[in-house]
Design a protein around this ligand. Structure first.
Ligand code: MN
Length: 132
């Protein structure tokens, strides 16, 4: 990342305190900017005024779950191009198709591994740049 560029902004939608701390630390240490939301509802509110480069979406959230929030995000043309990665403990074989069918662009399995999280984010941002 070039020093004079704006940091890549990641919207983290997660209600678990431990995961929030972990992801915040990983992203911050690797030069990413981070915006945090505790629920799907909060994420949608943020998206009405800010456009992150990528979204990390927990599936189980209070008020509005991650699947519903992602469906709403992807139904809005102003948000559709933002990649959404599911944060899921259920990323077993065969689950990926189900996750993708909900409109997610991919997933990161919990427990979160630093290298896998960073690789997933970088791959989606590269693909987004390609499509732009
Ligand atoms: Mn949760």
């Amino acid at each position: 990342m070039q020093g004079n560029e704006k940091p890549v902004m990641v919207l983290l939608v997660e209600d678990n305190q431990m995961n929030k701390i972990l992801v915040r630390e990983i992203l911050t240490l690797n030069g990413y900017g981070i915006i945090e939301a505790d629920s799907g509802t909060a994420a949608l509110k943020i998206l009405s005024t800010r456009k992150p480069d990528i979204i990390l979406m927990d599936l189980h959230l209070p008020e509005m779950d991650g699947v519903t929030a992602t469906r709403i995000i992807k139904s809005d043309s102003s948000n559709r191009s933002i990649p959404v990665l599911a944060l899921t403990a259920s990323a077993m074989k065969g689950e990926e198709d189900k996750i993708l069918s909900h409109g997610f662009d991919g997933y990161v399995a919990k427990p979160i591994e630093v290298k896998k999280l960073l690789a997933a984010i970088e791959a989606k941002l590269a693909k987004k740049a390609e499509n732009a």
